[in-house]
Design a protein around this ligand. Structure first.
Ligand code: SAM
Ligand code: SF4
Length: 441
């Protein structure tokens, strides 16, 4: 879908470093949180560009600052409060004119108090992001800036939203309150966007949603969509998935289809059936293990990552032991481990059985150690192999670019190749988080 533009969009490659030399209005977008927020920021970036703003990187160079925020854990909110305090100071000094708070905090009740405390000019949730367009002076409404609008980072690597919201009610999670119920985007709309992106030079497409594998539309299921996209795009990945929705067919497609990155992110949250029930996750640990067996069998070389919460109310030592056992059995290549953070409005925030901070910290470190040990051993097995590496970020001062193998491993490699290109390199060493490769001569 195209937008009704008021001004020629400014390509990001020509992003000014400081206050716009031409005297144009300037805006700075700061993104907190997950890929969904990165993608939402991308859409807002399109709006400010269409309104004739030049994008700047520093608050003090910006007329308008947009904080696009995350509400999933309390520390995310604390970080945003720190930025709001700083922006208040800059505004008093006349160096910033307007501040907008968008995203998941914007959709939460707490945003009203934040608006008063920090004198925020505009607060938008995740469902009315399009109203930013009006705020920056575009005569545009809802239908112009929908999830179907491609972002501006579409050069070599693009996110494509296939669904919004979530129909689960996990005990601890604020996402359903701030992002609403699941809405799946029609298949043709997704494939049309992917075709346009690929025609424009995008080589890597990531399908996005809170539970992408729950995607359904007019009798078609997620695997149908994934297969269709894998026939259009040269490189495809998807995130995030829910174990209850993950079908064997999808797990096999990851192994069979050349264009799908062999990397599965499947959040488990806990290895204890008792905790999984309290969390309302809808599966048992054994069912999760079986899915992982299928994935490992279909994709022996692939990478597996997960999310784990430690210290959910009521978590006992026995529950924790079961999580450690599951981590060992599944031999994750990486994991995001979170300390439970009570979110007002969720069931878990009212549950008894708070786990003391010191215990949470110990459990966190124990899970982390277990994940890192497994990951280190698995990564060591890659040493000596020659891999085709997709360059995600070009080289920095140390001459190392950051890339990704087809198996989904992150690699540091000594190349000046630009993002979006492929290089061949030999894996020379490995740590728990990353592989180190040298270009073949
Ligand atoms: N939709 C995904 C799923 O079902 O697993 C994850 C979405 S959530 C934004 C990302 C991760 O944050 C979750 O998998 C969970 O581990 C973590 N998380 C969510 N709420 C949390 C809370 N209140 N405290 C700690 N971690 C939390
Ligand atoms: Fe949150 Fe659960 Fe939905 Fe994931 S599936 S977004 S953890 S409610």
């Amino acid at each position: 879908m195209s937008s009704t533009t008021q001004a020629t969009p400014i390509p990001l490659s020509r992003k000014p470093a400081g206050r716009s030399a031409s005297g144009a209005k300037t805006a700075c977008i700061r993104t907190f949180g997950c890929q969904m927020n990165v993608h939402d920021s991308d859409r807002m970036r399109r709006m400010i560009q269409d309104a004739g703003y030049a994008e700047v990187q520093r608050y003090e160079d910006a007329d308008l600052v947009i904080l696009n925020t995350c509400y999933v854990r309390e520390n995310a909110v604390d970080r945003v409060k720190g930025h709001l305090g700083e922006l208040n100071r800059l505004r008093r000094e006349g160096r910033v004119k307007k501040v907008a708070l968008t995203g998941c905090i914007g959709a939460a009740e707490e945003s009203a108090a934040l608006q008063r405390t920090y004198d925020i000019d505009l607060v938008l949730g995740t469902h009315n992001t399009y109203e930013l367009a009006e705020f920056v002076g575009l005569p545009t409404m809802r239908e112009t800036y929908t999830p179907e609008l491609p972002g501006t980072e579409g050069e070599h690597n693009a996110f494509v939203t296939i669904m919004t919201g979530c129909n689960y009610q996990c005990s601890y999670c604020i996402v359903p309150s701030v992002r609403g119920r699941m809405i799946c985007r029609p298949m043709e709309s997704v494939t049309r966007e992917v075709k346009n992106l690929v025609a424009g030079g995008t080589g890597y497409v990531t399908l996005l949603g809170q539970t992408v594998d729950a995607w359904r539309h007019e009798g078609r299921r997620f695997c149908d969509l994934l297969e269709a996209v894998s026939e259009i795009a040269p490189r495809v990945w998807f995130t995030t998935s829910h174990p209850s929705n993950m079908e064997e067919r999808t797990l096999r497609a990851i192994g069979e289809r050349d264009t799908i990155v062999k990397r599965l992110h499947l959040p488990v949250q806990s290895g204890s059936d008792r905790m999984l029930k309290v969390m309302h996750r809808g599966y048992k640990a054994e069912r999760y293990r079986r899915k992982i067996e299928v994935f490992r069998e279909a994709t022996p070389d692939g990478t597996l990552s997960t999310d784990i919460i430690v210290g959910h109310p009521g978590e006992t030592e026995e529950d924790h032991e079961q999580t450690l056992r599951l981590v060992e059995d599944c031999a994750f290549d990486s994991a995001y481990i979170f300390k439970f953070s009570p979110r007002r409005g969720t069931e878990a925030a009212t549950l008894p059985g708070t786990v003391p901070d010191a215990v949470v910290q110990r459990r966190f470190l124990e899970v982390l150690r277990q994940v890192e040990q497994n990951a280190f051993l698995r990564n060591q097995r890659k040493v000596g192999e020659v891999e085709e590496i997709y360059i995600r970020h070009g080289s920095t001062e140390d001459g190392k670019a950051i890339g990704e193998t087809w198996s989904g491993h992150a690699v540091h490699v000594n190349t000046g190749a630009a993002p979006g290109n492929y290089v061949k390199a030999r894996i020379e060493s490995a740590g728990p988080h990353v592989l180190y490769a040298r270009i073949m001569n």
